[in-house]
Design a protein around this ligand. Structure first.
Ligand code: GTP
Ligand code: MG
Length: 258
């Protein structure tokens, strides 16, 4: 039977960039995929309208609108629930703000390397990765954090969370990630969880642009939080099972937009 591969695009206030993201889906890409969903995290600009207009013209894409603003981690929970419920074998995450390029995952889809792993993580800091417009300072900071995480999880980590990743839905089924932060730190927890639950992860090089995107990451604040998280996990690995959310949501719901 042919595998079902879902692409999930999270988007929040990225009306300018999302059109370029959808433009990435040429026939080389779409022939490798089953379906695409766009998860609008209650954008306050014209992101959703832009996707809907595009959908009717060129691309078969389903639009979901979160019932509340669930942030990026929460949007993952919406998409993972959707992938499990609709029996997809794999889910590919591609950020809606056009920093990553879906073409970077094609070689892996071609060789079927993903079949050997629970998740394939796009990495901005490998030898063959390409960074465009990303500051030297942030590159340095990321590398330091990758190094610290590598020490703790005893495996070489090349990125703590980029905008292009592929997960096997089998690995997601027990919803180990439900209590993870809804914020952008969701991905950091996924790395620690991979160590705790023994997920078989692998990295692949990607390109990453920073052009007209607005970075919503409060850098200093997040840097401290992440360090705290890593330290607590190092002291006691059971830490990963705690409740990370400030606002507890029983079920992450989204409405399908026609
Ligand atoms: N910041 C933010 N992004 C969201 C939210 N919901 C969905 N997203 C999407 O999540 C993706 C990542 O968000 P960014 O703020 O760009 O974070 P990032 O790319 O990891 O970090 P930067 O390198 O600083 O851009 C984007 O495609 C957003 O459109 C949300 O509530 N807040
Ligand atoms: Mg971004």
């Amino acid at each position: 039977m042919k595998e079902k591969i879902l692409v999930f695009i999270p988007g929040y206030n990225c009306e300018k960039q999302v059109k370029r993201v959808l433009d990435q889906f040429d026939s080389d890409v779409t022939k490798k995929l089953t379906d695409i969903i766009f998860v609008n995290n209650r954008s306050t600009d014209n992101t959703e309208e832009t996707v809907l207009k595009y959908k009717n013209k060129k691309l078969n894409i389903k639009v979901l609108r979160n019932n509340e603003n669930y942030n990026l981690g929460g949007s993952h929970k919406v998409a993972f629930d959707y992938a499990i419920k609709n029996k997809y074998d794999y889910v590919i995450v591609l950020h809606g703000d056009d920093q990553a390029d879906i073409h970077d995952i094609l070689p892996i889809l071609e060789t079927k390397e993903y079949k050997k792993y629970d998740c394939m993580l796009g990495a901005r800091f490998m030898k063959k990765s390409k960074l465009i417009g990303y500051s030297k300072f942030r590159t340095f900071g990321n590398k330091v954090y990758n190094y610290l995480f590598s020490l703790v999880v005893k495996k070489k980590i090349y990125d703590l969370g980029s905008g292009l990743n592929m997960y096997n839905t089998n690995m997601l089924k027990n919803k180990f990630y439900y209590k993870f932060p809804d914020r952008l730190t969701f991905n950091y927890c996924m790395i620690l969880a991979a160590n705790y639950y023994n997920h078989n992860i692998n990295f692949f090089p990607i390109s990453w642009r920073e052009e007209d995107q607005v970075s919503n990451v409060k850098m200093i604040n997040q840097a401290f939080n992440v360090l705290k998280m890593l330290f607590k996990y190092k002291i006691n690995h059971e830490y990963i099972k705690q409740e990370f959310r400030d606002n507890i949501i029983e079920e992450y719901k989204a409405k399908e937009i026609k």
